[in-house]
Design a binder for this molecule. Structure first.
Ligand SMILES: Nc1ncnc2c1ncn2[C@@H]1O[C@H](COP(=O)(O)OP(=O)(O)OP(=O)(O)O)[C@@H](O)[C@H]1O
Ligand SMILES: [Mg+2]
Length: 198
C-alpha cells in the first residue's frame, strides 16, 4: 500500500514537471475562473490555502483575490516533529514569506500570526492525485489527514487539480480524509455524490 502511494506520487510529480510554465499558468487561470463561479468560494471570508511550491497550481491568484477584497487568508505552517499544521494569517504575499521546511514558503518570524483554525470557512487542500469521490494522495506526511479532523465545524474543503490528476482509483487508508469538491480546468466535481454512488 505504502509503495503504491509512493509510485503514484512519483508518477504525478513527473507528469507535472512535463508541463511548461505557460500550460501551468493557463490551467491555473482556468481553475481559478471555475472556482470564482462557486457559491462556496463567493461566500467564503476566511480562506486557508497553501502557497504554490514548484509545479503546483498558482494559488496566488486566490490569495490576491481575497486580499484585494479585504478578506482573510491563512497559510499552513508545518511542525515536522509533531506532523502538525498551524495556520498563520497572510497579509502581504510579497513581504511576509521565506523558504521554510521542505523548501515551501512560510511566514517570516515577524509575519507569523497564528490563529485558531475554527474561523476557517474554506480550506484548499493540496494533493498530487485525486479520485472523483474526493480521496487524495498528498505529499506523504499525513499533515492534512491529521489537521482536517481537528476542524470540528467542518469548513468546506476544495482541491484544485489538473485533469490528469484525477484517477479512477487510489489506495485508501482509514485515516485518509476526502475533500468535498475538486475543481479542475474542465470540471467541477462534487465528491459526496460520487461517494454515495459507491
Ligand atoms: N490522523 C492520523 N493520525 C496519525 N497518523 C496519521 C493520521 N493520518 C495519517 N497518518 C500517518 O501519516 C502517514 C502519511 O499518510 P498518507 O500517506 O495518507 O499521506 P498523505 O495523505 O499523502 O499526506 P498529507 O495529508 O500530508 O497530504 C501515514 O503513514 C499515516 O500513518
Ligand atoms: Mg492521506
Amino acid at each position: 500500500m505504502r509503495l503504491l502511494k509512493k509510485e503514484i506520487r512519483k508518477k504525478m510529480i513527473q507528469q507535472r514537471k512535463s508541463l511548461n510554465s505557460k500550460d501551468l499558468s493557463d490551467k491555473s487561470l482556468a481553475i481559478f475562473r471555475q472556482l470564482q463561479g462557486l457559491e462556496t468560494y463567493k461566500n467564503a471570508t476566511n480562506l486557508m490555502t497553501y502557497v504554490p511550491f514548484q509545479d503546483e497550481i498558482h494559488t496566488t491568484l486566490l490569495i490576491e483575490d481575497f486580499l484585494e477584497r479585504n478578506l482573510q487568508v491563512f497559510i499552513p505552517v508545518t511542525k515536522p516533529k509533531e506532523k502538525q499544521i498551524i495556520i498563520s494569517e497572510l497579509l502581504d504575499l510579497e513581504k511576509d514569506l521565506e523558504v521554510g521546511h521542505f523548501g515551501v514558503l512560510e511566514p517570516k518570524a515577524y509575519a507569523f500570526r497564528p490563529k485558531d483554525p475554527k474561523i476557517l470557512d474554506l480550506v484548499i487542500v493540496p494533493g498530487l492525485a485525486f479520485t472523483k469521490s474526493g480521496y487524495r494522495i498528498g505529499f506523504g506526511g499525513g499533515y492534512y489527514d491529521r489537521f482536517l479532523p481537528t476542524l470540528k465545524h467542518k469548513p468546506a474543503t476544495i482541491a484544485l487539480a489538473m485533469d490528469f490528476q484525477i484517477v479512477d482509483s487510489l489506495p485508501i487508508n482509514d485515516y485518509d480524509i476526502p475533500v468535498d469538491m475538486i475543481v479542475t480546468e474542465s470540471q467541477i466535481i462534487e465528491c459526496k455524490k460520487h461517494r454515495s454512488e459507491q
